[in-house]
Design a protein around this ligand. Sequence first.
Ligand code: 3PG
Length: 394
Amino acid sequence: MGMLSSLKKVENLEGKKVILRVDVNVPVIDGEISEGADWRIRAILPTLNYLSGAGAKIIMIAHFGRPKGRDMNFSLYPVFSRLKELWHKDKIFFSTDVIGKETEDKILHLKEGEVLLLENLRFHKEEESNEEGFSKTLASYGDIFVNDAFAASHRAHASIVGLPKFLKSYAGFLLEKEVSMLGMVRAKPRHPLVLIMGGAKTDTKLKLVKDFLNKSEAILLGGILANTVLYAKGFGVGKSLVEEKLLVEAKKINNISNIFLPTDVSVTESLERVKNPAVRKIKDIKPEEFVVDIGPETILSFKEIIKKAKMIVWNGPVGYIELSEFRKGSLEIAKAVVENSGEKIIGGGDLIGFLSEQGLINEMTYVSTGGGAMLEFLAGDELPGIKVLESQSY
Ligand code: 3PG
């Protein structure tokens, strides 16, 4: 790994136009971002305060969701509103597009210490296809580039890897902190090391599981990943989601001794009309049932393993926590993690939201803002956004 050039290295920020890439991809419900759901927004405040305090003119860029073209359901305006509440409301402005006259005029009128947030980068397909012309236009708005979007640095998009081709580029404080904290987990894990993996987005997770097979003493699986491995082992998992494209890989890990799968689960026949979920041994799951949580026997055995850990890495809840009836497993696991006095490293939007709601998030040693980025980084991958910053060491 090369060295990251810290934002601290930039001399005389006064009056400099800084393009600041952030990741503020947070849950928005009915156009609002609730307290607790705004964790990724709060995490960029140190960089924002530093730049603003030093008199920079900040052009903030970000993506939100996965829109297909300009779709106002994916506007960054709710993030702008939340930022106004969290920061100096008289110093932050919004442009309704990314590039064009409105943005150019507003940048022209930006005073030192002020911020202009541009609309969702992904309204332009050139962002994800990493089109050079798009990066060039974005670059023309600033004097230097700062990447503080660790959570998006696994994406080779224009605002992540394209911009540094045209501007001197630096790492923001959040990105630096993530690289140093997660780098420590990667380089100096404490043992016994226990990995807990749940939730959706299984492909990046399976990759991390494979990487941790030789590094950790135990890997506890819940959620869709557990269903997929159980299915690959020949168990029926009813109507539960199974990641078909991972079945071949899942078969390869189904008999490895440090992988722990649920031995019993909670099931329901309908995700809409929820009654008290029934508990089944995994061999007894019926074709019409959904697996929605780990069962009591699994909770106990997982808790015993967690007790012995010196380091715990947890990404993704172990049940379908969208409905309160199915949160028991994740809550019991969370309590066991909190009771453990070792290091507890947490990541993934749904899990962070859940732990915040339960008032347990401050009990964790480190909470990463990265979802997929954290998984890829821990699996040892070189993230394109970090690689390009490292290639520009000053
Ligand atoms: C995330 O939510 O993990 C990041 O913002 C990246 O989002 P993406 O998976 O849509 O690229």
